[in-house]
Ligand binder design. Structure first.
Ligand code: 13P
Length: 291
């Protein structure tokens, strides 16, 4: 086995003092979630065209065994919500971030309450770009995650290591620290319903995704770590996505791994046809059409 996990298959290096991992079963039938993170792309008119295009192409069979969410910029959300509802397009509305307060003097921020009122179902929390460029700390990630849960939405918690951490062999230490900071203290039922996205920072926007083996090892490690925090049942229910340079060519191989429960897609989600190819590639094998 190659990659940063070569020395420790199945033996997660959890934070010191944590109880031994109650390893949950892998390959349990968790419905994959494919999420399109548009980042700061597509104004509301472009969003209208893209979602209309998606609506014309998507078939009931595409979403029979896969959940799909799209995460446009804040200024697009109302437009996308209206279109998705009016045309019954089978995708969930998602946001890329929010503040952890419900209201107040926080110039430029958007609250989880506002997102919930718009029908947002999934909120990305702690994306590496928020952590890197906007100083989002582990404490802020934990507070935001709780705020999203408080309003009945599902957080997609992003974790992932830098190239330097990977080279130093500290990927697992980094992931465990991020998971502990965000999830410690939540009850098992809360943890069971969230989504974690493993997004190695070196793979984001680089054109070079993690190998399927490394993605699986990291997603399994996430699940094992969650088991130490919230128990095996919660860990077995939790969905773990892979993200970082996913495209229509590599999606099927990544999504076929037993602990990869879907994909968080950046650049390749901006085009409806390409995004739909990724959704189709993510369907559990029995549901995939023959080429
Ligand atoms: P890319 O798919 O463009 O590498 O972006 C990944 C990402 O950051 C999704 O949140």
């Amino acid at each position: 086995m190659a990659g940063p996990f070569a020395d420790t298959p199945g033996t997660p290096d959890v934070v010191p003092g944590a109880p031994p991992s109650d390893v949950p079963p892998t390959g349990a039938r968790r419905q994959p979630l494919v999420s399109g993170n548009w980042k700061m792309h597509h104004d509301h008119i472009e969003a209208l065209h893209t979602v209309r295009d998606l609506g014309l192409r998507i078939k009931p069979d595409d979403v029979a065994a896969v959940d799909v969410s799209i995460h446009p910029p804040f200024t697009d959300l109302r437009t996308v919500q209206t279109l998705v509802e009016a045309e019954s397009i089978p995708v969930a509305l998602g946001a890329q971030h929010c503040n952890d307060h419900d209201r107040g003097a926080f110039t430029g921020e958007v609250s989880p309450q506002m997102l919930a009122r718009l029908g947002v179902r999934y909120v990305i929390v702690g994306h590496s770009e928020r952590r890197q460029h906007f100083g989002m700390t582990d404490d802020a990630v934990a507070a935001t995650l709780r705020a999203v849960l408080r309003h009945g939405m599902t957080p997609i918690l992003c974790v992932g290591e830098t190239q330097e951490e990977r080279a130093a062999g500290s990927t697992e230490t980094r992931l465990a620290a991020q998971l502990h900071a965000a999830l410690a203290g939540l009850d098992a039922a809360q943890v069971a319903g969230i989504v974690v996205a493993y997004e190695p920072i070196w793979a984001i926007g680089s054109g070079t995704p993690a190998s399927a083996v490394d993605a699986e090892d990291a997603c399994l490690f996430v699940r094992q770590t969650v088991a130490t925090l919230a128990g095996g049942d919660a860990a077995a229910s939790l969905r773990v996505q892979y993200g970082g340079s996913v495209n229509a060519e590599n999606a099927a191989e990544l999504a076929a791994e037993p602990d990869v429960d879907g994909l968080l897609v950046g650049g390749a989600s901006l085009d409806a046809a390409g995004f739909l190819e990724i959704v189709r590639a993510t369907r559990p094998p029995a549901r995939r059409r023959r080429a």
